[in-house]
Design a protein around this ligand. Sequence first.
Ligand code: NOJ
Length: 577
Amino acid sequence: MISEPAQTSFVPVDRPADWWRSAVVYQIYPRSFADSNGDGMGDIPGITSHLDYLAQLGVDVVWLSPVYASPMDDNGYDISDYQDVDPIFGALEDLDRLITGLHERGIKIVMDLVVNHTSDEHPWFIESRDPDSPKRDWYWWRPARPGSEPGTEGAEPTNWESAFSGPAWQFDERSGEYYLHLFSRKQPDLNWENPEVRRAIYEMMNWWVDRGIDGFRMDVINLISKHDLVDGVPAPGRTRVPCFLFTANGPRLDEFLAEMNVEVGLDARSLLTVGEMPGSTIETARRATDPANHELNMVFTFEHVSLDSRSGGSGKFDLAPLSLPALKKNLNEWQQALADVGWNSLYWDNHDQPRAVSRYGDDSPQHRENSAKTLGTVQHMHKGTPYIYQGEELGMTNTYFTTIQQYRDIESINYHASALSLGMEVEAVLHSLSVKSRDNARTPMQWDGSSHAGFTEGIPWLAVNPNYVTINAAAEVDDPDSVFHHFRKLIKLRRDHPVIVHGRFELLLPDHEQIWALSRTLDDQVLVMIANCSSKPASVPQDALPDVSGADLLLTTHHDSASPELEPWESRIYLVG
Ligand code: NOJ
């Protein structure tokens, strides 16, 4: 751990109350953004060299996925020193320069906070391995199941399956006990019941705020308070149960979040806080984001990104068809539930999800651009804070790997091994991965048409998507009709029209199979969005929508926008009044 005094950013930053409601956030996954030193891995100086691109897009905030010291078992979500930068990404001074460079351009920075677990190489865990250490209780150590031989199959303290396949408990020879890891065995879970753990984390967070950051994206934060450590009932043909059923939204979650808020001054210092919450419900989100409770500004729900999986099967890789009415209904429920208290975060994409245009749009050459634009329009016209994941503003697509050797992601590799061991067909497993693997989002950013898409002068850690020749930032910045400029205009619209930030949300045509339509109302202004979310033309049922004759057409995907028929993936935003 670094003991030097924290340095503050020299550029003064204004964070008025509730500034994050009108902000647009851009997520950077550092290892895939830009490589400055030719080692094939993105790094902080690489990010700093592209700040003008972000400024041109117009985003207000950058969320930086982890750059901390890490053995990289889970690409940095396994941290061995919270207060240092991993050498593959640069040094603390590089991060200071990045913070300053962003602030100079009026862009704020939100760091990833990964405190449900550490790396097993974190000094806290290394110390905790000693049963007599005062840090033993900083993690979840438990003896084997009564009556079983420690270290043998089935002797784990509970029958929980980790999120990355296999048991959620790892046996430790030295003490004959197991430790809990909801993710990989190199990511032991911290014991938040222990007040010393919480104190150490708040101290570290304060150190980062003093260094000049503007908020935190909190990794799986609803797993920090766990329910009782008991067995579940496995589905037929399985021996274990998904661990989140027992570890999400535990009894002390609100208490821990409120305590953190006070101890770090999250609200007092107007920091942006967004909690990633797998398995969160509308009720948990309402509690966590009700400003009166002083917990978080907003959460990332997983409901809408789970609609294309079968429940009760092998989780996210058990594919199910997605219906537009079901997707609209789900987002509408969240809009209505958080209309009076709380706030929504709006996302299609991130480093854990497949590419939006491949998943919800149509990534064929004919429809890719318009579907990427229309998905952006739908996202940005909902009420909440939009999150853009690097490359989404270019309409980057899934990569469609065909062999397991092409993957680097631990979740994908472990799932492949575990599914095959359960007797699943290899073709089906590879198909699921090509649709849902996290590596779809992690292929390097496509900057230009030069070799490796201008991402690196070395060999990229993960193969670049071959479509970089046509889909890349340089080409799109030069083309006023590109997906990039559509996103730029969406961001500008948000600045120019408070109805987009504050207006009341209403879903129109909820059962329509092709059209996503909504209105936003603020005082005497009504914004109306109609979007054909299909690859076939669609007739707009005029009677069921507000009259838009004489309205201002704020943004469209197509040039001829007077027709009552929408072209495939055509969308329009009107402002009435
Ligand atoms: C959620 C992160 O987004 C994901 O990338 C990571 O693997 C897990 N949490 C574990 O930290």
